[in-house]
Ligand binder design. Sequence first.
Ligand code: BGC
Length: 736
Amino acid sequence: MSLEEKIGQLNQLNGLFFQDDVESVLTGPGQQLGLTEEDIRLTGSILGTAGAKPLMEIQKSYMETQPHHIPMLFMMDVIHGMRTIFPLPLGLGATFDPELAEKCAAVAAKEAAVAGLHATFSPMSDLVRDARWGRVMESTGEDPYLNSLFTAAQVRGFQGESRAKGQPYEPYKICACVKHFAGYGGAEAGREYNTVELCEHTFREFYLKAYQAGIDAGVDMVMTSFNTINGIPATTNQPLMRDILRGEMGFRGVLISDYSAILETIAHGYSEDGAHAAENGLRAGVDIDMMTGLYSNYLAKLIQDGTLEESLLDECVMRVLELKNNLGLFEHPYKDADPEKESEFLLCPEHRALARETAAKSFVLLKNDGVLPLDLNQKIAFIGPYTDRKQIISSWALTGEATDSCTIREAASEVFNPERTTYLPGSPVLDPSYILVGFREDDNTSSDITPQQQKEMLLEAVEAAKAADLVIMPLGEHYLQSGEATSRAMIDIPDVQMELFREVTKVNDNVVVVLFNGRPLDLREVSQKARAILDVWMPGTEGGHAIIDVLTGKVNPSGKLTMSFPYCVGQVPVYYNCNSTGRPELPNQVLRFKSRYLDIPNAPLYPFGYGLSYTTFALSPVRLEAEGAEAHSLTADGKLQAKVTLQNTGTTAGTEVVQLYLQDVSASVVRPVKELKGFRKVSLEPGESCEVCFDIDESMLRFLRADGTVGSEPGVFRVWVANDSASGEAAEFTLV
Ligand code: BGC
């Protein structure tokens, strides 16, 4: 291959560059990136275009001029579903069911594959702790252990079994991409693209874990992140990419930059100009440059004048070709692209059924003082802008169509008595003056509502609320308020909806809030005034059905929060697995000079692991046993069992997520107050009980020690088996 042909393999552009009208491309995006017709012709991969027909056409004309029969790679953000949209990842995490996430990824892969795609930029494995950061919706939350399980499950779901064994991809499987390496979730003050300051210990012990799980599961692609690590942009950070990612973590696949991240190293003040940025990118071993053209513009010259060794380029090209080979593209350049199967598989009933099941399992019942499940004999008013809204699929559902969604009203109409049920929006989602910009279009759907119409909507809603026995209020964030570049300093339900909520709760005491959100919100007022709150995230295509399934009790909610809901925004970042402080706030003590706020509690409003059911569960105190007898010490090669009896003490069947937490009481580095180490989802009939047992061995007690090695240290450990991170009585054992 010539130098230019090799460099082309590392260049990634969007589909606009491959439309028929080359002329307009070269005066448009091509010119902006300084690319020639030849650069575009040699480009090795495309992002952001889907559809069997268009992609097959692009591949066909590409292969006609490709000198070495090297096909093109097609990638896209298939984040929580391709056309059948599942709940957003923070909701998926709340299922506490990685196997279910694997199934969803497999369905997404199947739909994506027949639509011509070869790779997705998913899963996002970033650890998140700050609800102001809009991308928390794309993570499975604040726990490294849980994130690791979900990352690995999704990699398996996308890439399939044979790839996990190191063999080529099976049909209907696509390459996954663990992102954003590394530490992107640590943006200071939750402000998107902001500086990340993480000490080495925190970075390695907490932030790297889930990426590592993806690598261990055999992920073929990793994406760089926009932030700096140790003062150097991650994308061009050689120690991070070469020593940590490829050296220590053992990643062998393709490293792709995030969108224009190589170019952004100039704005960071790290690279002097485009040539320098391209040089830095290649030196860090970034194999694919997403959407800047810098590699095409500068690498040939940098290699010819001796600044860069050609072997650095060859190494990257080889990795890209290996991926194409593993995907089977040399033999089958279209892979699974198939317009007929595309219309058969996308949104097929089986996929919709999985979306409905997953959505219902992702919902978290935050409060319920007896009003749920609904008594359908009541007069019920649905009042809120999400009552009949199709856009419940999130801003990261790029390949989804909101019009496919089933709304709450549509689903309710299938089961509610039309004579006793009313449906009203009550308000727009946002104040009409609030403008939000999406990926594809401005979404300012409320801007055409006049103040007079708004007033009338409110009055009509209040009248309906007065006449109803119970009001269901589907409220929440606009879908463009969470996702990329959606940091919020106020994590509230939009004002216009809170006004509606206040007016409705003045005239009706029985209000149930169905909350749509991509992040933890400040729910103080809602939690005081509503009798029940069901968090449904952005539930996806089958959201309406799933919500009605849960509200009516057809499905008993079992979701648990994977990110703490702060008491208020001043508390963030707030996460359950924080380090012990020297002056902890303890019950029954004088509170002066303690690690606490004067004006708010330390505890979040709803902690990690929390979520109610329509039934109640009792957990016995935890018992520690070894070989059938009570035991409180563990040897390096021994095993302890933490046992509890779980009983369904209510009147309906339900599922509880029983959670195991451990704390290393004293160690060579300060350890978290507790850490999730295991969980079980247990379903019980009313009155039924069972024993839930967790094995504890030395490997679960390991951490990054003060001397930089990973291992355990003898001493005392605490154990909780509980139904959230804030409850339960601890037992103790000693590692000898
Ligand atoms: C995001 C990535 C995404 C990429 C391609 C970037 O702006 O940070 O997560 O995969 O765009 O769409």
